[in-house]
Design a protein around this ligand. Sequence first.
Ligand code: GLY
Length: 385
Amino acid sequence: MSTLDRKTVWVNEVIDKIIAKMDWVSDKSHNKIPYTTIDGEHDDRSAHNPTHSVDDGICWWTNGFWGGMMWQLYHATGNPKYKDIAEKSELKLDACFQEFDGLHHDVGFMWLPTSVANYKLTQNADSRRRAMHAANLLAGRYNPAGEFIRAWNDIEGEDTRGWAIIDCMLNIPLLYWAAEETGDPRYCHIAMKHANTTMNAFIRHDGSVNHIVEFDPLVGGVLQTYGGQGYGEGSSWTRGQSWALYGFVMSYNWTKKEEYLHTAKRVAHYFIANIPENGIIPVDFRQPVEPALEDSTAAAIAACGLIEIAKVVGSYEKGLYLDAAMKLLQVLDRSRTDWTASCDCILQNGSAAYHAKSHHQSIIYGDYFFMEAIFKLKGTDLYIW
Ligand code: GLY
């Protein structure tokens, strides 16, 4: 069998495993919006309770991924049960618009895989309204002095008016979408201003990336950088590298601005050069050797971005990016997936942050991006970002 045939067989096998597992998982968790698993069972972040902290309630930033998984599965299989579950989870997110204080820049992560996906597949007018509302909230977080989108609201009295984070590169596709959908270029201007600021202030010369940059919110200019969810100041949080890699190639796809593709490639080269021999991605490329903390989600997100880069570069270059994506995904499939009934999630060993209390857990966006990457390899993914 040729290498190409072996890859096709492998992709088809993984898709069969995904569909077989998600068939029963979706029946079991149809009323939930999961984030992680507790003793193998999905938890549920869908409760609408304004007294909840933003971390455990309906405004939690990951609450779009479950709906996104359902839309990907609906797109791949045509099974209407996935559409029903996705629609139910999208409706629950409406509570966030009332609970406005809980909302943040992650409205892209929440409404691109839910409302925009729904609108693309069904032309549902309510979904379009929700997505436009979310896009307006994101645009409203733009600070013209520093030309950045503010990430979070003040955290326990900490002044975060000047904070932007690399993750936002995957929120701004909501603005590109809104610009295309309405013909109003303001959304695109804001997205590009933010992407330009990110290129200059977050991406280091070697292709590694800062997680948090604090700008002066009154006059602009960088005040400070923070290690954020990585090991520390000056380190290299792997999921942040992945958000940058995937986010910049998507900004290129929307705008065709070459600098965005060059930036995505620079981050990709740094990422590829740092993949350990065993293919297991650590939480931070600059963390100490021990403890050997890992983050499978960073690998899955990077794989999605690498596949997108491979699609837009010349034929001489494609192999570099596709081979790296295949290596990451095959290692995940071989050693960091659970296809059994003992866990509601597929991907194991995700880590939210280096300094988190616990590590090596299932996290819903790990499953989402693993699934998206595999569907991308097959050519049947629903284009979300
Ligand atoms: N967007 C937050 C994270 O990646 O954990």
